[in-house]
Design a protein around this ligand. Structure first.
Ligand code: PLP
Length: 287
């Protein structure tokens, strides 16, 4: 059955959901996005995702397509129309279609932003078998631009990183800049050494993960020690455990880095516990 997709005010069958070839999202990757997970028909961490979208738009001087309340209503409507129990909602805003190609931004009073949302049904999303075995990651150079805190649709390098990982028989790549891990291709990276959770501090070098914020809050509430600082791949390989966080993977244990197994090569207790806490607590406040 065809999905119902939202495009600029209309709910359309996916075959009819189209945007112009002159849209700046298509021509310039001049767009930002959010991915929100759905568990039990409810949105996880929606206020965080909507706040980050507002920030991404503002950093790029891009107009907001509608209010947060309207965005929430569209998310909910798509969940209902597509009968999503577990899955993801992808939302993208671009600088719109000025009717031609030009490096200069169009006048926002004339060219309205494009807003597109669609659902991805993923039954059993929270019971992913990968969470029981953990991910293998490789390290690659981080050659992305300098504003990784803005969630733009320029995803070619992260996508290439995923392919490099796949080719190497791994699940993902951790990106390295100046000898330090920045983050995963589409997730934030952590190591655990002697009961201390270490993750890179927030800056323009990494995306400010919504799952990261929630997980660090839950970790502190559970009296776990958190240290926000950079770490090397060598330190990660010698750590007791490692994991990544994202809206679609939640808390995913990492069991191997560049061919070196961590600990006994199985998901560690801290990552496993944080995954349980995150899923339990975020379901309670899902909307
Ligand atoms: N870092 C990058 C580069 C990402 O693309 C993502 C998610 O797509 C994350 C981190 C995790 O962010 P969040 O927890 O908000 O999904």
């Amino acid at each position: 059955m065809s999905r119902t997709v939202y495009v600029n005010g209309d709910y359309l069958p996916e075959e009819e959901a189209v945007v112009s070839v002159f849209d700046r999202g298509f021509l310039m990757a001049d767009g930002v996005y959010e991915v929100t997970s759905v568990l039990g028909g409810k949105l996880i961490d929606f206020p965080g995702h909507s706040a980050r979208l507002t920030r991404s738009l503002s950093e790029l001087d891009m107009a907001s397509p509608c209010s947060d309340e309207e965005l929430l209503a569209i998310h909910r409507e798509l969940v209902v129309r597509n009968g999503i129990e577990d899955g993801l909602i992808y939302m993208q805003v671009t600088r719109g279609n000025p009717g031609d190609r030009d490096f200069a931004f169009p006048d926002p009073k004339v060219t309205r932003p494009t807003l597109v949302l669609f659902t991805q049904s993923k039954p059993g999303l929270a019971d992913s078998p990968a969470a029981k075995t953990g991910w293998k990651v490789i390290s690659i150079e981080d050659i992305r631009w300098g504003r990784r805190d803005i969630k733009t649709t320029q995803l070619l390098y992260p996508s290439m990183g995923k392919m490099m990982a796949k080719k190497a028989g791994a699940d993902d790549a951790w990106l390295i800049e100046d000898g330090m891990v920045t983050e995963g291709t589409s997730n934030n990276a952590y190591i655990v050494t002697g009961n201390r959770i270490v993750t890179r501090a927030l800056s323009n070098d990494i995306l400010h993960g919504i799952t990261r914020a929630a997980v660090l809050r839950f970790a502190a509430e559970a009296q776990m020690q958190v240290e926000e600082r950079s770490f090397t791949i060598e330190e990660a390989q010698a750590a007791d455990e490692a994991f990544v966080t994202s809206a679609s993977a939640f808390v995913m244990p990492v069991v191997e880095i560049d061919g070196t197994a961590l600990g006994d090569g199985k998901p560690g207790p801290v990552a496993t516990r944080l995954r349980e806490i995150y899923l339990e607590e975020s379901r309670k406040v899902a909307v």
